[in-house]
Ligand binder design. Structure first.
Ligand code: PEP
Length: 256
């Protein structure tokens, strides 16, 4: 049984007062929602105050990126031990914006994944094809390659969460259909079985990301290999984020 995880990637949004308001809204909204884990990933600058804001709630705290080294002369960067000190339990690695806007390549991402798990944190490792890849029928090849590059048996699977995020669906309002998403999620699970084993693959959560909204969350969550969502735009509005959680919770409890 995989507990659904709904994760919010705030990207570079929210001033501190707005961040506090958002967390308060989420904390209030999730009080009656059961069977779903909740993670917020605010900008690094807000991690310490957000750790205070989520204290006493079941909202978990994550970071959006980390450097692969623990310390050193890396101006502007933040290490995993530093993130851990803020109270972070999760770190997103390999988000498409890091891959494409900041040129983070496979070797680097593999090191980052290992830095996260070495510190005992959970890694949310993102994979996904561009529109060009999809149109050229290279989705499977690209996603399998990204998994090979980022993870391996030296990465403890009990610290691993995979997020499938088709690049063409991120922030565009275009969502993969539940069938398109399920097809790739099944591929990811098969690949995890090849890297680890079937039982491990069956235990590992695979989130879908790409324009998840309250209106499409239930259909996506109903797919057998979709174990939650990595949400961008809709996580910035407490009611929308909570509605996505409520949808995942209803699906998980068999209510819809
Ligand atoms: C994301 O940034 O990971 C994401 C999926 O964004 P959005 O939900 O806005 O498409």
């Amino acid at each position: 049984m995989r507990t659904p995880l709904i994760a919010g990637n705030w990207k570079m949004h929210k001033m501190l007062a707005e961040a506090r308001e958002l967390v308060a809204g989420i904390a209030k909204g999730i009080q009656n929602i059961e069977g779903v884990e909740v993670l917020i990933c605010p900008p690094t600058q807000h991690l310490f105050p957000m750790a205070k804001a989520v204290a006493g709630t079941r909202i978990m705290l994550g970071a959006q990126n980390a450097h692969e080294e623990d310390q050193g002369a890396f101006t502007g960067e933040v290490s995993v031990p530093m993130l851990k000190e803020t109270g972070c339990t999760h770190v997103i690695i390999g988000h498409s914006e890091r891959r494409h806007l900041f040129d983070e390549g496979s070797v680097r991402l593999g090191k980052k994944v290992r830095a996260v798990v070495k510190a005992g944190l959970f890694v949310v490792y993102c994979v996904g094809e561009t529109l060009e890849d999809r149109e050229a029928d290279r989705t499977h090849e690209v996603v399998e390659r990204q998994l090979d590059e980022g993870i391996g048996t030296d990465v403890p699977a009990d610290r691993l969460i995979v997020a499938y995020e088709p690049v063409w669906a991120i922030g565009t309002g275009k969502t993969a259909t539940p069938q398109q998403a399920q097809e790739v999620h099944a591929l990811v699970r098969a690949k995890l079985a090849a890297i680890y084993d079937q039982a491990t693959a069956d235990r590992t959560r695979i989130l879908y990301g790409g324009s998840v909204k309250p209106g499409n969350a239930a259909d996506l969550a109903a797919q057998p290999d979709i174990d939650g969502a990595l949400v961008g735009g809709a996580c910035l509005v407490a009611d929308d984020f909570v509605a996505i959680m409520a949808a995942a919770s209803s699906v998980a409890s068999g209510a819809c």
